[in-house]
Ligand binder design. Structure first.
Ligand SMILES: [Zn+2]
Length: 87
């Protein structure tokens, strides 16, 4: 299977997802490569690379702005019950 890597809009200083989501709308959260939301500051789980779009669940490499995939349903389900007190 051949896929073309998607990139989100890189013309601004902030993220604009391919779905139109921006930081002042639904926003983005730091996550692991599979889309699992992790705190950007606590526990050291986050390596600073990936963000998930809260609107469409696309997973974005913050360094390259490449869309690396979408969170699987099981991951999205887990994110939906994320304890924001631990973010
Ligand atoms: Zn999106």
């Amino acid at each position: 299977m051949t896929t073309t890597t998607q990139f989100i809009d890189g013309t601004t200083d902030w993220f604009i997802c391919s779905c139109g989501n921006q930081p002042d709308a639904d926003g983005f959260f730091s996550c692991l490569a599979d889309g699992t939301i992790v705190s950007p500051t606590l526990n050291g789980d986050w390596d600073g690379t990936f963000y998930i779009c809260e609107s469409c669940q696309r997973i974005i490499n913050g360094a390259t702005l490449a869309v690396v995939g979408s969170a699987r349903r099981s991951v999205a389900y887990r994110n939906a019950s994320f304890d924001w007190n631990t973010y």
